[in-house]
Write a protein that binds this ligand. Structure first.
Ligand SMILES: Nc1ncnc2c1ncn2[C@@H]1O[C@H](COP(=O)(O)OP(=O)(O)OP(=O)(O)O)[C@@H](O)[C@H]1O
Ligand SMILES: [Mg+2]
Length: 384
């Protein structure tokens, strides 16, 4: 598609955007730039303000403060239908009495455009539903209906497509397929997608940039791998995957920090620490479960020098196919998580076994100890 509208436009910029309902602040004043043509995800637990933020971009919700810009254009006061923005919701809201082609054609018909066939065909081709044009929505699967909803929005050539949990109604396997499918569509049309989800895997799979929201604020923003490797808050460390967080006290501060924790000493690069690094200060050391190796306590002498070590006892192990997940009790933490890839099943790593956890100090990150160590560890969705 080479429509003028799609190459025009620019970044979506939110400047000091906030939303309050009475005395309740749903979205704290927020500055956010979504680069043109990027796949951007707003990720966070239920109620953190994702939909509200999206609706302010769409114009469906009036911002309490702040400005919404598209390129250089201030669109804050434009009604939704005058914004070059379309939204796909979780409930696709297809028209049940219209066939698929007419559902997709809807936006064009409403604007009085008569010859819609070519554009509708192109759109159905894009979402790989060319053979389904004459079916009614109830004759399609959930994933197919979802793609119709995307086609119906894209036919209007928006500069920005907003997607609010569009895959929420699909089962896990179909979700995974549709994630790749949506990513392909976005790459093909090249327009800006802003995708709202509470599923961290979904955000990381699809997005170029993820903004992690918590309590109406963006806690951290970055490329998925960067967020995962370098979380700067306990919320991000726990919400994006799993982190072991070990509390300790800084005993020496050079290029590396040496931290007394759990009766031993652990090391991490100072540059990977987002907290103050003065000697005597408290610190949370973070290490991802898959970066840790396990050794039987009897084999501890074989562990290479210079690695961080923690001694403990396995309290639980679960074999989940690609990996085995261990829970280890130790003075450094009562429930340290270790994921070991299933290359060779190893004998004897059973609950009760005395073990040494060891890892490369370079894989350790440091966080400010003045935060809630469990922030983001369980979300409402997990509990459901
Ligand atoms: N019209 C409203 N009046 C009062 N409070 C509202 C209104 N709309 C939303 N809220 C509140 O604002 C907060 C943010 O809501 P929002 O819908 O943006 O959350 P969300 O991140 O999209 O959550 P979910 O993942 O559950 O969809 C919530 O606490 C919600 O209860
Ligand atoms: Mg929502």
């Amino acid at each position: 598609m080479t429509q003028q509208q799609q190459t025009a436009g620019g970044d979506v910029r939110l400047v000091g955007i906030s939303k309050t309902y009475g005395s309740f602040i749903a979205v704290q004043p927020l500055d956010l730039t979504v680069p043109q043509g990027s796949f951007f995800a707003l990720l966070g637990a239920s109620g953190c303000g994702k939909t509200t933020t999206l609706r302010m971009i769409a114009g469906l919700e009036e911002a309490t403060t702040g400005t919404v810009l598209l390129g250089e254009k201030d669109i804050t006061d434009l009604p939704p239908y005058k914004r070059p923005v379309n939204t796909v919701f979780q409930s696709y809201a297809l028209f049940p009495h219209l066939d698929i082609a007419e559902n997709v054609a809807f936006g064009l018909r409403r604007r009085g455009i008569k010859s819609v066939k070519k554009q509708v065909d192109d759109m159905l081709e894009l979402v790989q539903l060319g053979d389904f044009a004459r079916r009614k929505p109830h004759q399609l699967s959930g994933g197919q209906q979802q793609r119709v909803a995307v086609a119906r929005a894209l036919i209007n050539h928006p500069q920005v497509l907003l997607l609010d949990e569009p895959l929420g109604a699909l089962d896990l396997k179909l979700r995974r397929q549709m994630q790749l499918e949506l990513k392909r569509i976005q790459t093909e049309v090249g327009i800006t997608f802003v995708h709202v989800t509470h599923d961290q895997e979904e955000a990381m799979t699809m997005a170029d940039t993820v903004a992690v929201m918590n309590g109406g604020r963006v806690e951290q923003l970055g490329a998925p791998a960067d967020l995962y490797e370098n979380p700067r808050t306990t919320f991000v460390a726990n919400f994006l995957g799993t982190s072991n967080l070990i509390e300790g006290e800084i005993v020496s501060s050079g290029t590396d920090l040496v931290v007394a924790a759990g009766g031993g000493k652990l090391t991490l690069p100072r540059e990977r620490c987002s907290a103050p690094t003065t000697s005597g200060g408290r610190l949370l050391l973070g290490i991802r479960p898959e970066k840790i190796s396990l050794a039987h306590a009897d084999d501890a002498d074989d562990i290479a020098a210079g690695r961080n070590r923690v001694t403990g006892r396995i309290t639980d192990s679960s074999f989940i196919g690609v990996s085995t997940q261990y829970v280890v009790e130790s003075p450094a933490g009562t429930a340290l998580q270790v994921y070991e890839q299933n290359v060779d099943r190893r004998a004897g790593l059973l609950p009760g076994a005395e073990v040494v956890l060891h890892w490369n100090p370079a894989h350790t990150f440091g966080l400010d100890a003045a935060q809630d160590i469990d922030a983001g560890a369980t979300s409402v969705e997990d509990a459901e």
